[in-house]
Design a protein around this ligand. Structure first.
Ligand SMILES: Cc1cc2nc3c(=O)[nH]c(=O)nc-3n(C[C@H](O)[C@H](O)[C@H](O)COP(=O)(O)OP(=O)(O)OC[C@H]3O[C@@H](n4cnc5c(N)ncnc54)[C@H](O)[C@@H]3O)c2cc1C
Ligand SMILES: *[C@@H]1O[C@H](CO)[C@@H](O)[C@H](O)[C@H]1NC(C)=O
Ligand SMILES: *[C@@H]1O[C@H](CO)[C@@H](O)[C@H](O)[C@H]1NC(C)=O
Ligand SMILES: *[C@@H]1O[C@H](CO)[C@@H](O)[C@H](O)[C@H]1NC(C)=O
Ligand SMILES: *[C@@H]1O[C@H](CO)[C@@H](O)[C@H](O)[C@H]1NC(C)=O
Ligand SMILES: *[C@@H]1O[C@H](CO)[C@@H](O)[C@H](O)[C@H]1NC(C)=O
Ligand SMILES: *[C@@H]1O[C@H](CO)[C@@H](O)[C@H](O)[C@H]1NC(C)=O
Length: 628
């Protein structure tokens, strides 16, 4: 990407001596010169999903001073961010606009990698799906961290602390949201959160084809799950969305966790400064660029990196922590040789199929096909915060391999899995594989996700309406990497997901496309279909399907794992306190620390990690409030 774009992309926010809650933050320092003079206890780098939540929580402590360094702007009350029916993706005002290197296993396709660049980070541009993985997937974290507090039971209070679950009164969609069901409503009292920063609510509008797909999935053996938040996330659900129904707006990190009178200044962090004592580094400050000038802000207690799974590794490498060979190539002096930084990159890979639906079947294509209707919906949204612009797609299903393949096919998939597993030399991958092998064989967690796009995705024709289904591998074997590409701290990193580089992943993807095609042939979904437009129905052989996958695949934008929480000798970058090995006070708190992917969209888990990190960074808090 052009450097000029990044150079202009520089916001600072500082939460200084907040009193009892984030909403009582003091006015920020007016100039960068004032900012760098502040006696910070903590500096958080990256005011994204995790960084905004964590810095606001740390600043709740009386007398504690927290500096937050964010490269993007503050976009409070911007309709492109707030309106659920609009999106900031692809707009340089909100998105870093990264892309991957060509992906050999996908026909050298270059994948675009949107990342939020604003106060709130990716929570400001994400798809708003709100959900947790299954309990077992969080329990696995205790294996990686060697600490039992990293578990479903240990994280649940933090997941609840983030959340304000709201039922829409008289929810009109019992077909896929069974929350009126008394048992489910009762369960949710123990598992949902009711006083957190992020509002989680159900969709305000659901098109009829969604019900058709739910029924069809049910008939294919995928049950409806009325309480996916309770530790079993499999089945088909009407997912919660991070949307505040009172205003009909996106509920994300900036307007909820952060003080609303924070200031814009665009601070791009370029390096962490250290002092060395024996073999241990102590982080003392953060160098950053604003308006082409370099400054340093200092912190007495800790520096916390929350730049996200794509940019945190780059910042560590720029600071001299990473693979010594790579650092040397870029003329950076190695302070700590920690070659796992930037490795273990995991993404969810999706492939889409599409059907044209019969005349009269309504979908979001209405907005595209009928400008007068779209204008009317805009007016309704402006007036009442409801209508189609307050809605989005919300059918999400997590399937086990057993839901999708026959026992014989499962055996063959597992044989491929075992073959590949036997070839890996990475201790981290080996540990991951032993855990994943059990999950796959037992069929207790999601392995495949299906989500519905009730609108055209591939070259939709004027006046026609469509349904697309995306099927993805949520526990992939492929592992990629992200590293700095230049010693210029403002240059984009090299992102190589190595998507579909594993045969296991490829075979699962083929099975996914077959299953999507099968859904299209089953009533009641088939009753509303004119034809399958993508793939061409003649696409049948594995070879043809792989060709199709090259064309029709995309990522879930759920990158994780590049500064994994795991033992150092197993390839970890941070320990169970999220402290970088070899340092006394440099933490990573963002999606990078998740060592193994989860069958869930990632935002709710990232917020929970930030809420937990507040306790790790400031243990006194433990006694100040009760977590539930
Ligand atoms: C397009 C998209 C759609 C998604 N859809 C969903 C969804 O529907 N549901 C869901 O659960 N999850 C979704 N996700 C994933 C989820 O939003 C992310 O996993 C989560 O927000 C990551 O949080 P984070 O704190 O790790 O990083 P981010 O929120 O990305 O925060 C990183 C922050 O650091 C800043 N930064 C980076 N480098 C520097 C630097 N050098 N100096 C200063 N600041 C810097 C960035 O500008 C950014 O604000 C989506 C993600 C994307 C991108
Ligand atoms: C990008 O976002 C900015 C800020 O909201 C807006 O002014 C601009 O119109 C958007 N650009 C596009 C192409 O949507
Ligand atoms: C809700 O949270 C606020 C602020 O964090 C707190 O003051 C209040 O006591 C909480 N209410 C309940 C019912 O827990
Ligand atoms: C999870 O729930 C589904 C139904 O929603 C059920 O079929 C499955 O057996 C449950 N899995 C576990 C591990 O409890
Ligand atoms: C470090 O980087 C070099 C150069 O890219 C690479 O060959 C080597 O395998 C890396 N080391 C590890 C442990 O990943
Ligand atoms: C779409 O429908 C409208 C109204 O029915 C009609 O005026 C228009 O010509 C149609 N466009 C196309 C491309 O068929
Ligand atoms: C990495 O740097 C090289 C050489 O400077 C450049 O050609 C390439 O486009 C860069 N890659 C990325 C992802 O920016």
């Amino acid at each position: 990407m052009p450097l000029a774009q990044l150079l202009t992309a520089l916001v600072l926010v500082a939460c200084v001596q907040a009193t009892s809650s984030a909403s009582q933050c003091q006015p920020r320092p007016a100039t960068v010169a004032q900012f760098v003079k502040l006696p910070f206890d903590y500096i958080v780098v990256g005011g994204g999903t995790a960084g905004t939540a964590l810095s606001a929580r740390l600043a709740e402590e009386r007398g504690v001073t927290v500096g937050l360094i964010e490269a993007g702007n503050i976009h409070l009350n911007d309709p492109n961010i707030d309106t659920p029916g609009l999106s900031g993706i692809g707009n340089a005002s909100f998105d870093w606009l990264f892309s991957s290197v060509p992906q050999p296993a996908l026909g050298e396709k270059v994948i675009s990698v949107p990342r939020g660049k604003m106060l709130g980070g990716s929570s400001g541009i994400n798809g708003m799906a709100w959900g947790r993985a299954s309990a077992r997937e969080y329990d696995a974290l205790s294996t990686f961290s060697c600490d039992s507090s990293w578990s479903w039971a240990g994280l649940l209070p933090f997941m609840r602390k983030t959340e304000t679950f709201t039922l829409i009164p008289g929810n009109p969609y019992p077909g896929i949201s069974l929350l009126q069901d008394s048992q489910a409503a009762l369960d949710s009292l123990d598992v949902d959160g009711f006083n957190g920063s992020i509002v989680a609510s159900h969709n305000s509008f659901i098109f009829d084809p969604v019900f058709k797909v739910v029924e069809t999935l049910n008939s294919l053996g995928v049950p409806t799950n009325a309480e996916p938040q309770a530790g079993n996330a499999t089945g088909v659900t009407n997912t919660l969305l991070s949307i505040d129904r009172a205003e009909g707006v996106r509920s994300y990190a900036a307007p909820t966790y952060y003080c609303s009178h924070a200031q814009d200044s665009n601070y791009h962090a370029t390096k962490v400064h250290f002092t060395k004592k024996g073999n241990t580094l102590t982080a003392t400050g953060v160098e950053f660029v604003v308006g082409g000038k370099t400054y340093v802000a200092n912190a007495k207690k800790e520096i916390i990196l929350s730049a996200g799974a794509i940019q945190t590794p780059q910042l560590l490498e720029l600071s001299g922590i990473g693979n010594a060979t790579i650092l040397k190539q870029h003329g950076i002096k190695t302070l700590i040789d920690l070659p796992q930084i930037g490795e273990n990159l995991q993404e969810h890979l999706f492939v889409a199929a599409q059907w044209q639906v019969k005349p009269g079947v309504e979908t979001f294509d209405l907005l595209r096909n009928d400008p007068a209707f779209a204008a009317q919906q805009q007016k309704i949204y402006a007036k009442t915060h409801t209508g189609l612009f307050a809605a989005t797609d919300s059918l999400i299903a997590f399937l086990t391999l057993q839901n999708v393949v026959s026992p014989a096919e499962l055996e063959s998939l597992l044989a491929t899995f075992d073959q590949e597993a036997s070839e890996t030399t990475s201790p981290l991958t080996q540990l991951q594989n032993s855990i994943r092998r059990e999950w796959f064989a037992k069929g207790e967690t999601g392995a495949i996700e299906i989500l519905q796009w009730t609108r055209g995705l591939f070259d939709p024709a004027a006046n026609l309406s469509y349904v697309a289904l995306l099927g993805g591998i949520v526990h992939p074997s492929s592992r990629g990497s992200v590293h700095l590409n230049s010693s210029n701290p403002l240059a984009a990193p090299t992102i190589d997901f190595r998507l579909a580089s594993s045969d296991f992943d490829k075979q699962v993807l083929i099975q996914i496309v077959k299953f999507l095609q099968k859904i299209g042939t089953q009533s009641p979904f088939s009753d509303i279909i004119v034809e399958q437009t993508n793939p061409d129905p003649n696409t049948q052989s594995d070879e043809e399907l792989l060709q199709y996958i090259n064309f029709a695949s995309s990522i879930g934008d759920h990158s994780i794992g590049t500064a994994a929480m795991a033992p150092k000798d197993k390839g970890g970058v941070v320990d169970h306190t999220l402290t970088v090995y070899g340092t006394s006070n440099l933490r990573v708190v963002d999606a990078s620390v998740i060592p193994l992917h989860i069958a869930a969209h990632t935002q709710a888990t990232v917020y929970a990690i930030a809420e937990k990190a507040r306790i790790l960074a400031s243990p006194a808090r433990m006694f100040v409030d009760s977590l539930a």
